[in-house]
Design a protein. Structure first.
Length: 348
């Protein structure tokens, strides 16, 4: 009777597959198997595919607790977001999870819900779980606890604009350019009384700066009023609309740039309920291009923000697969024209 090669013999019932079994089945060294599960960036895609296929065939499950004692961290990456109620952060998470899975990693998502106290608690939790890195979308500035964790050996990548000089990696879209595109689009339609509505956030500040630059460069007799809000939600947008409809016609804007799509959708709802015709009386542009933007009662013109790509890039930077400088210039915003700002009465 012909015996099977050792690499193809089935495991005895009840016995657990080992690293050596996976290495034999895949035709690679034990070190390659170990790197596949602990440092996937050191293994070529083809070898990684063979190892993972062999592990699946054998039912191999790595002992994560034991492995953490050896290498000092787990296969998990932490994702800290300031508010999961914002669909943008759900897209960042989707991009991060897909990229992490491609490298044998997992994402632990923590929602601070705009609370700095919860944010600090989650950072401590991530450290207790020995995550191998953190993707951070903080409530405000980068918290000191996160910087301290980095000094103790756990890296992080900021998904957003890094304030001032910094030594940590950060990835972000070009928010100033996006604000410029939004305001320039309204000006090109002949809108002259523009309003910017947005919250106190570095991204929004840059979007406002871009809108201001578009007005300054237009050469038109145009104005830009700014309304600041504490949070950028649909409810707040609807509240702002109520203050606008009470104005005299001379003080009513004919074009609005919103700091994000949630604000814009709230504004849109409130304005339509009050009898304002969009875009006949007023054109409206949001920011982010969330899924709901295309399904509004009047589909929303917006600036498309590459949220999924940002999440994926942050994971690659954490794993050492991509350098921060490689991501620069890749996340350009895009104007998506829909019905809230279509040309009116032949105006381009």
């Amino acid at each position: 009777m012909t015996s099977q090669p050792a690499s193809r013999r089935p495991k005895a019932q009840g016995s657990a597959a080992t690293v050596g079994d996976v290495a034999a089945r895949a035709g690679v060294s034990r070190a390659t198997v170990s790197y596949t599960f602990t440092q996937p960036g050191r293994v070529s895609p083809e070898l990684r595919r063979r190892v993972l296929a062999a592990a699946d065939e054998l039912g191999y499950v790595g002992n994560d607790a034991a492995r953490r004692l050896r290498v000092g961290h787990s296969l998990a990456l932490g994702l800290l977001v300031s508010s999961m109620s914002n669909p943008v952060y759900a897209e960042v998470a989707a991009g991060a999870e897909a990229e992490a899975a491609a490298h044998g990693r997992f994402i632990l998502v923590a929602n601070s819900d705009e609370s700095r106290e919860r944010e600090r608690a989650y950072i401590k939790f991530f450290e207790s779980q020995q995550v191998s890195g953190i993707l951070a979308v903080p409530v405000g500035d980068v918290p000191g606890e996160l910087l301290a964790l980095r000094r103790r050996g756990t890296p992080f990548v900021l998904v957003g604009v890094a304030p001032g000089p910094h030594s940590y990696p950060a990835v972000s879209g070009d928010n100033e350019r996006g604000g410029y595109l939004a305001a320039a689009h309204l000006l090109a339609q002949g809108r002259r009384r523009l309003l910017f509505v947005g919250g106190p956030h570095p991204h929004v500040d840059l979007r406002l700066a871009g809108a201001e630059r578009a007005v300054a460069e237009s050469g038109a007799r145009a104005s830009l009023e700014v309304v600041r809000v504490q949070v950028q939600t649909a409810k707040i947008g609807e509240a702002v609309s109520r203050t606008l409809v009470g104005r005299a016609r001379s003080g009513f804007p004919d074009g609005i740039v919103a700091g994000n799509d949630l604000l814009a959708l709230g504004l849109l709802h409130g304005l339509i309920v009050a009898g304002v015709r969009v875009p006949e009386d007023l054109s409206l542009v949001g920011y982010d291009d969330i899924e709901f933007a295309d399904f509004a009662i009047v589909p929303l013109t917006t600036i498309r923000h590459p949220s999924k790509a940002l999440g994926a890039s942050a994971v690659r930077i954490l794993l050492g697969i991509e350098d921060e400088r490689e991501s620069e210039g890749r996340f350009e915003p895009e104007l998506v024209v829909r019905a809230t700002s279509l040309p009116v009465n032949g105006r381009a």
